[in-house]
Write a protein of this length. Structure first.
Length: 881
């Protein structure tokens, strides 16, 4: 269920009243449900506190929340306020702490509200008792035995049905006043119905003190255009100078205003109603701005009291007004206005004050819970106090998850972790987990950008829906020296109290000579191992100044874990000589520290075995530790159960920012008095080719299979640790192997990339050491120009003048042969064969036939009829002519 701003101000009346019962329970989250649940609910101090999987967890005890359950459907938890009383003469013996809870939809049983329909109710829940909460009696001059009463015979009628008593509650703190409001309280006449609002101040003992109606008897002729819909008490606060401040977003068409007066209201007090102006040029906001939706007061600038109020709909994005009183003027003067960033974000919906940077001046927190983009939902803006200029300056912005309404509630938590900076709680009641509360720690630079703890509803109780809708913090309810936090969840009719676990400060120390470990020893001093080893002492000392309920005779059991060689993929050391464990480089142990011996260290000896003698880089260790809760005994069970109504104290927790320690061990090295290895690696290289011409390295033909590179490395000074040779070769030459030219068993070469070969020259390569080798490369019948790049390096400090690189180049040429003319192809004739007989016969017959045809043609044409005389005569005639 989600309550919008419009519903809060003008929403319809609904919900039947549930049974008026409250209940207190200690919630202990457990993975299973058994018949011992009831006992476990009473034993949070003895429940085993496993580390939460959430990396944000710190000292608010989310696993053992104290639950205050209100009547069903009453909206119990809509508003909450921490409160405390004590006798100054005996504060420790008389200290009583309470949670004031608003239940604005409750069917009140208060004598003054008998007969009213769902008028709402105010409850006080004593912290240190497992008893039901008590409803407060608010007897006022307007009270009567019915839901309607009059201030005079002919005066207006006070209507309390659905008045939402408990919409806001605030406390002045220890031994201070408190206030509770009903913003829908109605003054009704024959022809009008004015929801002007009403508030009740309470004494430090939470008994009725006064009734406050700042809009009573103000002009209403124009209805909501004047003070007809004042809705005073939508927000409320009490300053440390005893000013009661009431936010009223309704006057002058929901332009809104803020009213303030002296809460003591004695004859010597200034009983003038001061207010934010609503008319003329003095009015700083327009209609429908909802000024008064939120309010916070404090000595912000120069020690003077200021009144700061949010107008979440002003200029569409929201504004915040910083106001102060002026002598002789009942109108509050606006000295600064802060503007929202995004339209519809409701900048100024919620406000809080705190000194988040420890400079001694109150800073301002402004929420815009409807801020939205694709990845964020809700924004909280930080404004630092510039006391010299008497202005607030932007100091950061925090955002939550989309649609979580991050910033719907804000609370100054006080100093949760005792670092001398105040901390902030931010509610996100519509987080998908059922609601969440974010804790941000203060620092000299302001609020840290990342939350130190995220408390989700699912980690506290089951099936919650609006966890974080209301918040109140800053008081040490259980008197263990740490402030606690109250969280309301109105849709579940619940308030949960998250107690702060005392923070135990453990000072750790590593003792032993870890700077000159000899890796060349042949055995260990344990008397049975044949590998070198070394040892150190892990020491712990209890040094916290305040550890809550821990008695002098009590003791704490500490579980610690040491992981060795954390920077190496394959650890060089082990805590076990035989290495049977899957993680031989990890060790876990326990140690007990007595509170009686605070300041005295306790130590455990640890022995470490060296597996790999690679000695250049130090061995890195990481030690983490946590507290082990004490076991449950039958005697403890009976003792706790006999108390019946006492709430056990929370078990301490380690300072999470100091619950780990990193240290290192260094090997003994032959590197001089300064322990800095100053090596002198000198590199030389040459190419061996099949033939050399004119000084140019040439392989005569591409068919010559191999190119050789001869490399020599000398170390002329102190040991060179992790000495390596790198050879970068062309892609058209394939690395085929290497051959040592001097006896050197430590050389290892391998191709680590397509064109890169790496050789391990020794770890260390000792002073005077020399390495000479030949690398072979296959030409793969390729031709062209090629280049080799040689480089040598070490983790020691190598001399600058040493030659650590070399470039070699050469050319592979194709073999050229003389070009001879090509011989023409010769094709031999096929053997002769005799024709077949049928072909001969056919040819003869065809010949005879052709001859016969020719003869016939000649005969037909008369060729054979010409005579010799005719022939002779013809020739003679030709000659004559």
């Amino acid at each position: 269920m989600m309550i919008s701003m419009q519903h809060l101000l003008l929403g319809p009346l609904y919900c039947a009243a549930g049974p008026a019962k409250t209940k207190t329970t200690i919630l202990t989250k457990s993975p299973t449900t058994t018949t011992t649940v009831l006992l476990l609910l009473l034993l949070p101090v003895y429940v085993i506190l496993t580390l939460s999987p959430c990396s944000y967890s710190y000292n608010l005890d989310e696993h053992n929340a104290i639950l205050k359950q209100g009547p069903k459907g009453s909206y119990f938890g809509y508003s909450v306020a921490q409160h405390a009383t004590y006798d100054p003469q005996a504060p420790n013996e008389t200290y009583k702490s309470y949670i004031i809870v608003g239940a604005p939809r409750d069917s009140s049983r208060s004598a003054g509200l008998t007969g009213a329909q769902r008028p709402g109710a105010i409850y006080k829940c004593q912290f240190n008792q497992l008893k039901t909460c008590q409803q407060l009696e608010l007897d006022s001059p307007l009270s009567s035995s019915s839901s309607q009463s009059t201030t005079a015979t002919t005066g207006p009628v006070a209507q309390r049905d659905d008045q939402w008593l408990g919409v806001s509650v605030k406390s002045q703190g220890e031994n201070g006043f408190a206030v509770a409001c009903a913003h829908k309280f109605v003054m009704r006449g024959p022809q009008y119905r004015w929801p002007q609002g009403i508030c009740y101040s309470l004494t430090s003992n939470l008994t009725y003190h006064r009734t406050w109606q700042p809009c009573l008897n103000r002009p209403v002729n124009k209805a909501h255009e004047e003070y007809g819909s004042c809705q005073a008490g939508t927000s409320s606060d009490i300053s440390d100078t005893s000013d009661i401040v009431l936010g009223s977003p309704g006057p002058y068409t929901w332009r809104g205003s803020v009213f303030t007066n002296s809460i003591t209201f004695t004859a010597k007090d200034d009983r003038t109603w001061y207010m934010a102006p609503v008319q003329g040029d003095e009015a700083k906001v327009y209609k429908y701005s909802y000024l008064g939706m939120s309010i916070v007061t404090g000595r912000f600038f120069k020690g003077q009291t200021h009144f700061i109020s949010g107008a979440p709909r002003s200029k569409e994005s929201g504004q915040v007004l910083v106001m102060s009183k002026q002598t002789g003027d009942s109108n509050l003067k606006t000295i600064q206005m802060l503007d929202g960033e995004q339209m519809g974000s409701s900048f100024g919906y919620t406000l809080a004050k705190m000194d988040f940077n420890g400079d001694g001046h109150l800073d301002l927190i402004v929420a815009a819970p409807f801020y939205y983009n694709k990845t964020e939902g809700g924004a909280v803006y930080l404004f630092a106090n510039d006391n010299n200029k008497q202005l607030f300056v932007p100091a950061g912005k925090l955002t939550g998850k989309p649609e979580s309404r991050f910033g719907f509630a804000l609370a100054n938590c006080g100093d949760l972790n005792h670092d001398h900076y105040e901390d902030l709680a931010i509610g996100a009641p519509y987080d998908p987990s059922g609601g969440a509360v974010y804790i941000y720690l203060g620092s000299a630079q302001g609020l840290r950008p990342n939350p130190s703890q995220i408390i989700r509803a699912s980690a506290v109780a089951s099936n919650m829906q609006t966890f974080g809708y209301s918040l109140s913090g800053g008081l040490d309810l259980d008197q263990n020296g740490y402030p606690d936090l109250a969280v309301g969840s109105y849709s579940d009719d619940q308030v949960l109290i998250l107690t702060a676990r005392p923070i135990v400060k453990i000072t750790t120390k590593i003792e032993g000579d870890l700077n000159r470990i000899d890796p060349n020893k042949t055995s260990c001093d344990d008397g049975r191992s044949q590998v070198p080893c070394f040892k150190f002492n892990a020491c712990f000392e209890l040094s916290a100044a305040n550890i809550g309920s821990l008695q002098p005779a009590d003791s704490l059991k500490l579980k610690y874990r040491i992981e060795a060689d954390t920077s190496q993929k394959y650890p060089r050391v082990s805590f076990q000589a035989n290495e049977n464990s899957e993680t031989p480089n990890v060790m876990e142990r326990e140690i007990t520290i007595s509170n009686q011996n605070r300041g005295i260290k306790r130590c455990n000896m640890q022995r470490v075995y060296i597996k790999n003698r690679s000695a250049q880089t130090p061995i890195q260790f990481m030690m983490t530790y946590s507290l082990v809760p004490p076991p449950v005994s039958k005697q403890h069970l009976a003792s706790i159960l006999s108390l019946k109504d006492a709430i056990p104290a929370p078990f301490p927790i380690l300072n999470q920012e100091e619950a780990k320690r990193a240290f290192s061990a260094r090997f003994l090295r032959d590197c001089g008095a300064n322990d800095i290895c100053e090596s002198y690696l000198d590199l030389n290289g040459s190419l061996q080719m099949p033939r050399e011409t004119l000084g140019i390295n040439e392989a005569g033909y591409a068919t010559d299979k191999q190119v050789n590179v001869t490399i020599k490395v000398d170390n002329k000074n102190e040991p060179a640790y992790e000495a390596k040779l790198f050879v970068n070769h062309p892609a058209n030459l394939a690395y085929s192997g290497f051959k040592p030219l001097k006896q050197h068993p430590l050389i290892e070469c391998a191709s680590i990339e397509k064109t890169l070969v790496r050789c391990e020259l020794g770890n260390p390569m000792m002073k005077g050491g020399s390495v000479k080798l030949m690398m072979m490369f296959n030409t793969q019948n390729q031709a062209g120009t090629f280049n080799f790049n040689l480089m040598v390096n070490t983790t020691s400090q190598n001399a600058k003048e040493a030659r650590t690189s070399a470039d070699l180049s050469g050319t592979i040429r194709k073999k050229i042969e003389p070009q001879l003319p090509a011989k023409p192809p010769v094709y031999p004739e096929p053997p002769m064969q005799d024709p077949p007989a049928w072909l001969i016969l056919a040819s003869i017959l065809l010949g005879i036939l052709l001859f016969s045809a020719l003869f016939y043609c000649l005969w037909v044409n008369g060729f054979f009829e010409r005579s010799k005389a005719q022939y002779t005569a013809a020739n003679t005639e030709d000659i004559t002519n």
